[in-house]
Design a protein around this ligand. Structure first.
Ligand code: UD1
Length: 402
C-alpha cells in the first residue's frame, strides 16, 4: 500500500529539516511513499531558499505559493488559503510540518480543518515565552496534530504537562494523538552533511583573505571589507542574529553589537556574522552611527550575506564559540561540541543550558561579555541528548506502520 506524505516548508530551516525526511524516503521507502512538497514562499531570496533545495537534494517543490513577506496575520492567512487548495487537490494521507514558523501554523490549521492527519516534527518544544511568534506556532501546531514527534525528553515532558497522553494507542487521531520520542532530524542532518561540507565548503576556502576570489569574499567582503584579513580556525566567533525581538528593537540590537565589538577588540578574536536580510536592513537603520561605522570598519568583524548550510556547518565546526539567537544554530553548535551564548531570555533547547555548554545571555551587554569569558573558562560537556542520528527513519517507520 502506498502512502502519500505532503511536506510543508517555507523558511530556511524547514527546507533543511525536510532534507532529512526526503533522504530517508529515498533511501528506505522509495516505493511505498509518495512525497509531495509544498513551499509557501515565506523565504524567497535565492540564498534563503533555492540554494538549500539544490545543495541538500530536496526534490523541487511540487507547489510554491510565493506568499513572500507581510504582517504575521496576512502572511499566515495567505498561506492557509493556498495550502487548503493544494490539500483538497492532493488529499494526502498525512501532512508533515516542521518546527515553529508561520508556515507550520498555516499547515496545521489548513490540514486539521480538512481532517487530514498532521505529523509535527519537533513537537513539544517550549520556550514559555508567548511573546515569541514561534511559541504560539508550536503550541497551536501540537494541538492540531495526530502524530507528535519530539526530539527531546524535555519536549515529551512539556506535552505531558499540556495534557497529552503518553500512553495513547493507535489508531492515532487529532483527539487521540500519538506522542513519540524519536530524536532530532537536525542531528541526523549534521552527521550526514558534516562529511559533505568538508568536501564542498572546506573551512580554509571560506575563511581565506577577501582579496581572493571565491566564497571567502562572502565572509570578509560583502559589506565592503577587503583588507586581506584571514580568520584562524579555532579563533573566531560565529554569530547569527535574526529574531525580530532583537533586530527590531534598537536598544537590544545596539547592545548585542556593542558586546560583539568589545569582545573582538579586547579578546583578540574575529567575529563572522552571516546576516539574515532583515538584520542587514536593520543594522543600517538602527545601529548608532558611531557604532555602525566601528562595526563596518573593524578588521575583526566580518559581515556576510546568508551562507549555504555547508558553509554554516564548516564555520560552526571551526569556531571557538557560537553566539546566536537562532534555535537551530545553538543546537548545531552543541552537535559539533562548541559552546554557545544564546541571545535570548529563554530557550526551548533547555538541555544544552542545563549541561553547561550554553548560556542564556539575552541581549544584555554585560552578560554577553562575561558569558564569553565564563564559557571559555569552563570544562564543557556534550551528553547525548538528540538521539542516534536516525530520527527521520524512526519517524517514517512509525508513519508507515500506523
Ligand atoms: C522565520 C521564522 C523563524 C525562523 C526563521 C529562520 C516565523 C514567525 N519565524 O523568521 O522561526 O527561525 O524564519 O530564518 O515564521 N526576508 C527577506 N528575504 C527572505 C526572507 C525574509 O528579505 O527570503 C525579510 C523580509 O523583510 C521579512 C523578514 O525578513 O519581512 C522576516 O521574514 P519572515 O519570513 O517573516 O520571518 P523570519 O524572521 O525569517
Amino acid at each position: 500500500m502506498s502512502l502519500s506524505l505532503l511536506s510543508i516548508v517555507g523558511a530556511r530551516p524547514q527546507i533543511i529539516k525536510a532534507a532529512a525526511i526526503s533522504r530517508a524516503i529515498r533511501n528506505r521507502y522509495p516505493d511505498p511513499v509518495r512525497e509531495i512538497i509544498l513551499h509557501t514562499g515565506q523565504h524567497y531570496d535565492s540564498n534563503m531558499s533555492e540554494v538549500f533545495f539544490d545543495q541538500l537534494e530536496v526534490p523541487k517543490p511540487d507547489y510554491n505559493l510565493n506568499v513572500g513577506s507581510a504582517s504575521h496575520g496576512a502572511q499566515t492567512a495567505l498561506m492557509i488559503s493556498g495550502i487548503e487548495e493544494v490539500l483538497i487537490k492532493e488529499w494526502p494521507d498525512a501532512v508533515l510540518l516542521y518546527g515553529d514558523t508561520n508556515s507550520t501554523l498555516a499547515g496545521a490549521v489548513a490540514a486539521s480543518k480538512l481532517h487530514i492527519p498532521v505529523a509535527h516534527i519537533e513537537a513539544g518544544l517550549r520556550s514559555f515565552n508567548k511573546s515569541m511568534p514561534e511559541e504560539i506556532n508550536r503550541i497551536m501546531c501540537d494541538h492540531c496534530s495526530s502524530f507528535l514527534f519530539s526530539p527531546t525528553v524535555a519536549g515529551i515532558n512539556n506535552l505531558a504537562r499540556e495534557g497529552f497522553c503518553l500512553e495513547a494507542r493507535a489508531p492515532y487521531t487529532i483527539d487521540n494523538p500519538g506522542v513519540f520520542h524519536t530524536g532530532d532530524v537536525m542531528f541526523d542532518n549534521s552527521l550526514f552533511f558534516a562529511e559533505m561540507a568538508e568536501k564542498v565548503a572546506p573551512l580554509e576556502k571560506i575563511i581565506g583573505p577577501s582579496d581572493k576570489v571565491g566564497p571567502c569574499d562572502k565572509v570578509f567582503g560583502s559589506v565592503g571589507k577587503s583588507d586581506g584579513h584571514t580568520l584562524t580556525p579555532g579563533n573566531y566567533i560565529l554569530a547569527t542574529i535574526h529574531r525580530d525581538s532583537n533586530t527590531d528593537d534598537s536598544i537590544r540590537l545596539n547592545s548585542i553589537f556593542r558586546a560583539l565589538l568589545y569582545i573582538a577588540e579586547n579578546r583578540g578574536v574575529d567575529v563572522v556574522i552571516p546576516l539574515h536580510p532583515r538584520t542587514s536592513k536593520m543594522l543600517k537603520q538602527s545601529l548608532e552611527t558611531g557604532l555602525y561605522k566601528r562595526v563596518i570598519d573593524s578588521s575583526r568583524i566580518g559581515l556576510t550575506s546568508p551562507l549555504s548550510f555547508f558553509e554554516m556547518i564548516s564555520l560552526e565546526r571551526g569556531a571557538k564559540i557560537v553566539i546566536t539567537d537562532s534555535g537551530g544554530v545553538q543546537k548545531e553548535a552543541f552537535f559539533f561540541r562548541k559552546p554557545s551564548l544564546i541571545l535570548r531570555p529563554q530557550t526551548e533547547w533547555v538541555e544544552i543550558v542545563d549541561c553547561g555548554s550554553a548560556l542564556l545571555v539575552d541581549a544584555d551587554y554585560e552578560k554577553i561579555v562575561s558569558g564569553y569569558d565564563t564559557l571559555l573558562g569552563r570544562e564543557l560537556q556534550f551528553p547525548s541528548i538528540f538521539g542516534d542520528g536516525n530520527a527521520s527513519e524512526a519517524i517514517l517507520d512509525i508513519l508507515l506502520n500506523l
